[in-house]
Design a protein around this ligand. Structure first.
Ligand SMILES: NC(=O)c1ccc[n+]([C@@H]2O[C@H](COP(=O)([O-])OP(=O)(O)OC[C@H]3O[C@@H](n4cnc5c(N)ncnc54)[C@H](OP(=O)(O)O)[C@@H]3O)[C@@H](O)[C@H]2O)c1
Length: 314
C-alpha cells in the first residue's frame, strides 16, 4: 500500500516521504493470535494530521520506549472497515467509520490502518469522508475541553483563544450551541471568521487588552505561553483555564488549570457528527489533497488556514 513515513525527527514535515509499505493482513488479524485483540483494519478514505505530531515522543517510540521508525503519521481518519479481529465490538466489515488512532502505532496517512474498534464510531452515510476525518481531532478536543474538563454549562461564559482556527472554531460552535456566551480571540484577520462561527465578541490579541476581559467561567486555550498566562486573570472565582497547548504555569487566582491531550471517544464522536447532520456544526477545512500530494500539502509555501485533509481514496 501507499503510505507516508517519517524517520527523522529533526526534519519535521519536510522529512515526510511517500513509500510502499506492506498492507495489514486481515487474515492474520483474525487468527486469534492475541496481539491484535480488539483491532480492525480500515481502508482509509480521508486522513487528518496535526502539525505537532512530529514533536510527540509517541511518533518515534512505542509504549516500551523502543524506536518505532519508520512510522506512519496522521491519527484522524474516515474510512471503511475491511477486517475484524477477535474482540471487536459494534463494528462490521463494510461499515463506514471515523475516529482517532493510537498515538504509538502506525497512523492514517496510508491506504490501510489497524486501529482498535473502540476508538471508532459509525460514520452516517450522508456525511462525506472528508468531513468525517475533519471532525475527529478538533471535535473531540473541543468537546472534551469544554464539557469534560471545563464543565461548561448553559448561561456561562467562555473565552476561546484562536477562535478562527481549527480547534477554536469547533469550540466556539459547540459552546454557543450549549447555551454559553462566547468571546473569541485571535489575530485581527480572524475576527470575521470567529464571529461567523458564532463568537459574540472578539478580542484581537495584538491590539486589544486581554486583561480587560473579566470574569469568564472558562478559558479554552489553544495557544499556551504568555497568552495562557495573561488569560488567568480573566477567569472568575471557581472557574477553569483549560489548555491544549501543553503544561502551563498559568494559574487563575481562585480557579483550576487543566492541560490535556485528546482521547478517542465513540459516544462523543456520535454526538458531534449528529450536530453536523442537522446543521448545528460545520467543519473548518482548508486544503484537501491526495496522498500523492500530501507531503507538499503539509509543507506549504504560505500559511494555509483551516484543517488539511488528505483524501486517500477519491
Ligand atoms: N492537546 C490536544 O489534545 C490537542 C489537540 C488538537 C490540537 N492541539 C494543538 O492545539 C493548537 C491549535 O491547533 P489548531 O489546529 O486549532 O491550530 P490553528 O488552526 O492554526 O488555530 C490557531 C488559531 O490561533 C491563531 N493564532 C495563533 N497564534 C496566535 C497569536 N500569537 N496571537 C493571536 N492569534 C494567534 C491562528 O491565527 P493564524 O492562522 O493567523 O496564525 C489561528 O486562527 C496546535 O498547537 C495543536 O497542535 C492539541
Amino acid at each position: 500500500m501507499k503510505a507516508i513515513i517519517v524517520t527523522d525527527q529533526a526534519a519535521g514535515t519536510a522529512g515526510m516521504k511517500l513509500v510502499e509499505r506492506p498492507e495489514p493482513q486481515g487474515a492474520a488479524l483474525a487468527s486469534l493470535s492475541g496481539a491484535n485483540y480488539g483491532d480492525v483494519v480500515v481502508q482509509v478514505h480521508a486522513s487528518g494530521f496535526t502539525g505537532d505530531e512530529l514533536a510527540w515522543p509517541s511518533t518515534w517510540i512505542d509504549r516500551l520506549g523502543r524506536d518505532r521508525t519508520p512510522s506512519i503519521p496522521g491519527h484522524e481518519l474516515a474510512g471503511v472497515v475491511t477486517a475484524l479481529s477477535y474482540g471487536t465490538t459494534g463494528l462490521s466489515v463494510g461499515q463506514r467509520v471515523f475516529g482517532l488512532t493510537d498515538w504509538t502505532r502506525d497512523g492514517t496517512l496510508a491506504e490501510y490502518v489497524v486501529v482498535e474498534a473502540r476508538n471508532l464510531a459509525a460514520l452516517p452515510g450522508d456525511v462525506d469522508f472528508t468531513v468525517g476525518a475533519a471532525l475527529v481531532m478538533p471535535g473531540l478536543t473541543a468537546w472534551q475541553g469544554l464539557f469534560e474538563h471545563g464543565r461548561l454549562c448553559a448561561g456561562q461564559s467562555v473565552l476561546v483563544h484562536g477562535a478562527a482556527g481549527v480547534v477554536g472554531s469547533m469550540a466556539t460552535q459547540l459552546a454557543r450551541e450549549a447555551g454559553a456566551y462566547v468571546i473569541g480571540t485571535g489575530r485581527a484577520a480572524g475576527r470575521q471568521t470567529a464571529l461567523d462561527f458564532g463568537a459574540q465578541e472578539f478580542v484581537d490579541l495584538d491590539n486589544d487588552a486581554l486583561e480587560d476581559v473579566g470574569g469568564v467561567h472558562l478559558v479554552f486555550d489553544v495557544l499556551g505561553g504568555d497568552i495562557a498566562k495573561r488569560s488567568a486573570s480573566a477567569v472568575r472565582a471557581g472557574g477553569t483555564l483549560v489548555t491544549i497547548a501543553g503544561p502551563t504555569e498559568a494559574r487563575p487566582a481562585d480557579g483550576r488549570t487543566i492541560d490535556f491531550v485528546v482521547e478517542a471517544n465513540r459516544a462523543q464522536l456520535s454526538e458531534i457528527v449528529q450536530r453536523v447532520r442537522d446543521g448545528r456544526l460545520r467543519t473548518n477545512i482548508g486544503t484537501v489533497a491526495t496522498l500523492d500530494d500530501a507531503v507538499a500539502a503539509f509543507n506549504p509555501t504560505e500559511r494555509r488556514p483551516g484543517k488539511t485533509i488528505i483524501r486517500v481514496r477519491p
